[in-house]
Design a binder for this molecule. Sequence first.
Ligand code: SF4
Ligand code: SF4
Length: 292
Amino acid sequence: MKRLAIISLMSDGGCHIAFLELHEELLHLLGQVELIHSYMLVDRREIPEHIDIALIEGGVRTTHDIELLKEARSKSKILVALGSCACFGGIPGLSNLYDLRASLDYVYRGTPTTTEGVIPHENVPSVIRVAPISRFVQVDLQIPGCPPEPEEIKEAIVSLIKGEVPSQPSKTVCDECELGPPKEKPRRLRKIYEPPEPDRCLLEQGYFCMGPVTRAGCGAKCPRIGVPCDGCSGPAPKALDQGISILDALVTLAYKNIENFSLKQHSAYFYRYTFASSVIEDLLRKKLRERR
Ligand code: SF4
Ligand code: SF4
């Protein structure tokens, strides 16, 4: 039986929960693999030897994350990035927009604070810029999403058990969305609390929807209930940089026609999940290296 491990780095556990959301299907799956590591399900701290499939949850935020990740890689035949933090850095990656020292000052010395202004540094791992796991180790498969779809996790594990390459979506959320594609240019950006017209593309109505540049696989579950896609599954296969791709789409579609568009104000939307793996992050890192 193949040995499966779920290993957590900086994480809120949401991707682990997505695995548990397989509910009774989990019982079938656990008949096919031996779950040897999972902080929620297995009473064991150390990463075991001889892992066939390692699912890595969470991005890299500390030097300890790097150590764990490298240990996991050295003990695993197949290493999978589970969720958008592991794949792209996720929402925590937006903190890379700020200087690391300034962020620590804000958290530990800002107001209000419960830490008496002390930034911990003794016997704790160093905090570093948020990064996707691929910055440090070879990744064999990505299952993005915030959280990832339970069904996709299951199908990937089943394929890997059989020695097959799991299939990956090749389309965008728009391709799965019954509201689209957008046909008209929006005139103004709408706020999320303004109720949308039913049965009409949200981007066309002026909601900021990342569907055109986001990887399919979720069944367009947010637009289906009237909520714009915020891009949690990361870039669509042909959109290597999600933020630049949506900017490109907006320029083509509407930029000059929209009354209340502000690049500065809306930039956190473009990179909500992928800033730490963006082209801009690469440039920032290069600049920081040159300064040292
Ligand atoms: S609502 Fe969003 S996901 Fe659906 S077609 Fe329009 S832009 Fe694409
Ligand atoms: S519609 Fe967009 S934000 Fe919603 S689950 Fe799908 S990829 Fe994520």
